[in-house]
Design a protein around this ligand. Structure first.
Ligand code: PMP
Length: 405
């Protein structure tokens, strides 16, 4: 008899079927028939405002970014068909790494095929047998998977809790190698890390520090490098990981560092070595976007303005939000339970607003969210439409709103 290896997913299959039979839109069935701009698409024939794309700086349709991709596909072809360490390094990849080095003011940059692979590769390669990885409990799946792939011992500390980090570091052998992994912005709740405290504790205990700035790149800090720049801890951060799939507007991941031995990682980091490199068009677009982000001061200001408008507007209407004030360009709306979350999400789609629906295990235990990510190109008018639709959806889903907020 063959044991059905997929049987373990039966409860999930039943839960999904239950949602559909209750008339909820299929959360995995969203198809963008047409994308009109970074903030608007046609979904199932309906004009929809996009408010869950992480396209913070709206670079996906930037004419220079698009033109760079078009030129590269013409000059270098559609793909590299090879690993970075074999035939997959083109001039475009080197230019992209040069743009990253300039953007971050660092001496080394390594481009991966996704941000997921960048974390998987960096975490698993830096820490090996006998080392310790100390990570925030709310870390992204790619960091957890990097931990699993390493042979290091794993220690978790309570989310953003400096005292807990210190307590756990104190218990570890002084002579062991240690990697503390942090994120600038935590993407579920949209809160930011108190990096000066956390990094100081890590350094005091002899740990190296890696910060994932996936959701901070582009709009935190005077040069848009991330929360670590804004909070003034650049000198104590050993590795910064990031992605091209958010502010940069394409796809890909990277790590930048000033470590003098950094380049050896190209040979020993399996998620870098044993996979094909990004297509030339992607890295050419990314390089152009990264260089434009260096001077995108007006866009950064606009992003914060639009974020404050959405956060303030939702709060004023009685929605419960994950952060008291807007800490990043992610505004997470707390939902009471799974059913209400699904119904609210589905109703918003019917009303022409796309947001992200999140639940455990992606979120911390017991937390259900509708997550909004704001784009610098959202107009005040679009934000006001969204606020009206949230109010309408709450009525239709019988969501209790606070009397005053
Ligand atoms: N790190 C964090 C914090 C993320 O949120 C994400 C993606 N949501 C990633 C890494 C992975 O990025 P990518 O989409 O490039 O794989």
């Amino acid at each position: 008899m063959t044991v059905d290896l997929l049987a373990k997913y039966d409860p999930l299959i039943a839960e999904h079927a239950g949602l559909l039979s209750a008339g909820i839109r299929d959360p995995f069935g969203i198809v963008m028939d047409k994308v009109l701009s970074p903030t608007e698409a046609i979904i199932k024939g309906q004009h929809t405002i996009l408010l869950g794309t992480y396209n913070y700086m709206g670079m996906t349709f930037d004419p220079d970014v698009v033109a760079a991709g078009q030129a590269a596909i013409r000059d270098y072809g559609a793909g590299t068909t090879g690993s970075r360490v074999l035939n997959g390094t083109y001039q475009t990849h080197k230019e992209c790494e040069a743009a990253l080095k300039d953007f971050y003011g660092m001496s080394h940059a390594m481009v991966f095929s996704t941000g997921y692979q960048a974390n998987l590769g960096m975490v698993s390669t830096l820490a090996g047998k006998g080392d310790f990885i100390i990570l925030d409990a709310d870390s992204h799946a790619s960091i957890y998977d990097g931990c699993k792939m390493s042979n290091a011992d794993i220690v978790r500390f309570r989310h953003n809790d400096a005292a807990d980090l210190e307590k756990r570091l104190k218990r570890l052998p002084a002579e062991a190698g240690k990697l503390v992994v942090l994120e600038g912005v935590y993407s579920m709740l949209g809160d930011i890390a108190p990096l000066p405290e956390l990094v100081a504790i890590a350094k005091a205990h002899g740990a190296m520090v890696l910060v994932d700035e996936a959701h901070g790149m582009g709009f935190f800090g005077p040069n848009g490098r991330g929360v670590y720049e804004e909070q003034g801890v650049a000198d104590d951060v050993d590795f910064v990981v990031g992605t091209f799939s958010k502010s940069v507007g394409t796809v890909g991941g990277f790590c930048v560092s000033n470590h003098p031995k950094f380049e050896i990682l190209r040979l020993v980091c399996r998620p870098y070595t044993f996979t094909a490199s990004l297509p030339p068009a992607v890295v050419a677009s990314a390089a152009t976007s990264i260089r434009k982000l260096m001077t995108a001061h007006d866009k950064r200001a606009r992003l914060w303005e639009a974020t404050r408008r959405l956060h303030g507007g939702l709060k004023a209407r009685g929605f419960r939000l994950a952060t008291e004030t807007p800490e990043s360009a992610i505004v997470s709306v707390l939902m009471p339970d799974q059913e209400t979350t699904a119904l609210m999400w589905s109703t918003l789609i019917e009303l022409g607003v796309y947001v992200n629906m999140s639940r455990p295990p992606a979120t911390p235990a017991g937390v259900f969210l509708l997550r909004c990510s704001i784009c610098a190109l959202h107009s005040d008018e679009q934000i006001d439409i969204v606020l009206g639709k949230f109010e309408q959806a709450a009525q239709m889903a019988n969501l209790a709103l606070h009397e005053h907020a």
